[in-house]
Ligand binder design. Structure first.
Ligand code: MG
Length: 365
């Protein structure tokens, strides 16, 4: 690992078709955009990372931001922890939220990947843990689809990986439709099925309180993001008035947002996103903060790298499983069986490219 230096970075952009379109309050997405980063080193090893910044038209801007942030680190020794500290200071003029933290995360993940490759160890092992399978739920469907498709979709999600937990998106126009969907899933999956739910920030405070009260006894495992993600104080009021736990965190931009949500007592559970929390370094800081505050910590998207980190998260709760990046990834051994996510025992994060498909779904930036 001594004298492992960054020679250059290259970034490719893709827009990958989804098996099941995302139909959410925030919009409908038939494809999911990714930036794939390669960090080339003087030892011939390449660190790899991908981020999924939601908006395909913004990919060129974000790629430029990653390149700009990487410049001071070219020809320097790769030390991922130090990079995060220095990189975090460097983004202060741009602001600590949004694109700047996405860029920091993309580089941070690639640097940790190549650092682990240089040590010839899987990431979780390099960081002092092991590769235990991680408890996971199926999140790759049950969007706001027509009611007559719920049964087929539920069966598909439960069979594919033998899951005993799924997430459903709710906040439909009519209460009776939310109830129909939840009861249908329960009937198919049985009493022991864990059902997470996500409002995707669709309500103001009053409407959220009303709908959550109406659904509070239906047996959902959590209510996710009932209101705008920035409103920690109102989320705290909802948490104090509703029995079902509230989970937020996919919109924490860096560990300081987690600290602020804890100060507000915003939620029972948290579920940070690998990209928005600041990559692997941002995650590790957040995991310690969560431990100190006794907060159960779930993940958001990016299952390949998040699974490694769950082995280092003292309050690890649920891994969210989606397969959206699978077409651009080589099959290095990631798999889901009996509701658990298995991590490949190879050096690095296990993220390697399917170059044919990256070319196929390429977007010019
Ligand atoms: Mg969500």
């Amino acid at each position: 690992m001594k004298d492992l230096r960054l020679e250059k970075i290259t970034i490719r952009a893709v827009n990958v078709p989804l098996n099941k379109p995302v139909i959410a309050h925030l919009g409908t997405f038939e494809k999911w955009p990714f930036l794939c980063l390669d960090a080339h080193t003087n030892k011939g090893l390449i660190g790899k990372s991908y981020i999924g910044p939601y908006l395909v038209d913004q990919l060129p801007v974000i790629a430029k931001c990653i390149e700009a942030l990487s410049k001071p680190f070219l020809n320097q020794e790769i030390k991922p922890y130090n990079f995060f500290e220095e990189g975090f200071k460097k983004i202060s003029l741009l602001g600590y939220q949004g694109i700047s933290i996405y860029a920091l995360a993309a580089l941070d993940i690639a640097f940790w990947d190549v650092y682990a490759k240089a040590a010839n160890m899987p990431l979780a092992c390099l960081l002092g843990s092991d590769l235990k399978p991680v408890k996971t739920y199926n999140s790759r469907g049950l969007w706001l689809i027509p009611l007559n498709e719920i049964e087929k979709e539920t069966n598909d999600l439960l069979e594919n990986g033998s899951f005993n937990a799924v997430k459903v998106r709710i906040g439909r126009n009519k209460l009776k439709d939310d109830i129909y969907v939840i009861e249908k899933i329960r009937k198919i999956g049985g009493e022991n099925l864990v059902i997470m739910s996500d409002f995707n920030q669709c309500y103001d405070y009053d409407t959220a309180l009303k709908r959550m009260n109406e659904l509070d006894d239906i047996g959902l495992y959590w209510f996710e993001e009932p209101i705008n993600y920035r409103n920690f104080n109102d989320c705290a009021k909802l948490s104090s008035r509703i029995k079902t736990p509230i989970s937020i965190g996919e919109n924490f931009h860096g560990p300081y947002d987690l600290v602020n949500s804890i100060k507000a007592n915003a939620s029972t559970y948290i579920m940070p996103d690998l990209m928005r929390i600041g990559g692997i370094s941002g995650w590790l800081k957040s995991a310690s903060i969560a431990e100190a505050n006794n907060l159960k910590f779930s993940t958001h998207l990016f299952p390949e790298v998040s699974a490694h980190l769950m082995n280092l998260t003292p309050t690890a709760h649920w891994l969210e499983w989606v397969d959206w990046a699978n077409p651009i990834l080589q099959d290095t051994g990631f798999r889901v069986e009996n509701g658990k996510y298995y991590i490949p025992d190879i050096p690095g994060t296990g993220v390697e490219w399917n170059d044919t498909n990256i070319e196929k779904y390429k977007v010019n930036i």
